[in-house]
Design a protein around this ligand. Structure first.
Ligand code: SAM
Length: 230
């Protein structure tokens, strides 16, 4: 697919722009994750599982710079996957990319286990704790023992002043970027619809799912990132 329909092109551009305001240092998160994976994977061929691959930002951040990495991405959103597929073609890495529409359950039983996995900006869209755990357990099952996993998502204690203060900073950063007050007010209400868990609860979930050596390595505004090993 050489061109995207106009509405998807606009959606892609909006996502690229807004996600970098929503998650300050977003590109650094990807750069540090790449460094972490590289440290463990070395220069060999490696298979990566990207959970929430829609939009294709993992592909553009890690694809061209790691020519021996093969990517399998899952995402339920057809539109976000179309954007990712388009990126893979533009970057000329589509022969190393397989995208599946659906959740992680969509992976065929016969899929060989992966050398690394990421789940970036997905977990807070899953409301139920059991479902979050189920996703993390499934990711764990898909990894070879000891292999690295990076999780990044929103975090915080829902009713705490600390989170409310971080939300205010998040909103003022959007205002600084030129968003209108009306838009930012409505985004402030919308953000409370996502599922926040505290750092401790997220680390507990990772641990229950079987991950070890859990370390929070990133925190920016409403979001944080944890590295761990299967
Ligand atoms: C904010 S985007 C993040 C995309 C990409 N990881 C990034 O950082 O740019 C969230 C993506 O997660 C996807 N998603 C939602 N629930 C999911 C699930 N259960 N499994 C995999 N992806 C999911 C959405 O369709 C959406 O494409």
């Amino acid at each position: 697919m050489r061109t995207l329909p106009t509405h998807l092109l606009e959606k892609a551009q909006t996502y690229e722009h807004s996600t970098r305001i929503s998650v300050p240092a977003y590109d650094t998160l990807f750069a540090v994750t790449q460094a972490y994976f590289r440290m463990h994977l070395g220069e060999q061929e490696a298979s990566l599982l990207v959970v929430g691959a829609g939009g294709g930002n993992e592909l553009s951040a890690w694809g061209p710079t790691n020519p021996k990495w093969m990517f399998t991405g899952v995402d339920p959103s057809e539109e976000m996957l179309q954007i990712a597929q388009h990126k893979a073609v533009q970057l000329d890495i589509e022969s190393r990319v397989q995208l599946l529409q659906g959740t992680i359950e969509r992976l065929p039983q016969s899929t060989p286990k992966f050398d690394a996995a990421s789940c970036i900006l997905v977990l807070h869209f899953i409301e139920d704790r059991q479902e979050k755990l189920h996703l993390l357990q499934n990711i764990h099952k898909q990894l070879k023992p000891g292999k690295p996993f990076v999780l990044a998502c929103a975090y915080g204690e829902r009713e705490s002043d600390e989170l409310q203060d971080r939300i205010k900073i998040w909103q003022s950063y959007f205002l600084e970027a030129g968003y209108t007050k009306e838009k930012v007010d409505s985004m402030g209400k919308g953000i409370m619809n996502i599922s926040f868990l505290s750092d401790q609860e997220i680390q507990q979930l990772l641990s229950e799912a079987g991950f070890q050596n859990i370390t929070r390595f990133f925190s920016s505004g409403l979001f944080a990132g944890w590295m761990s090993h299967a």
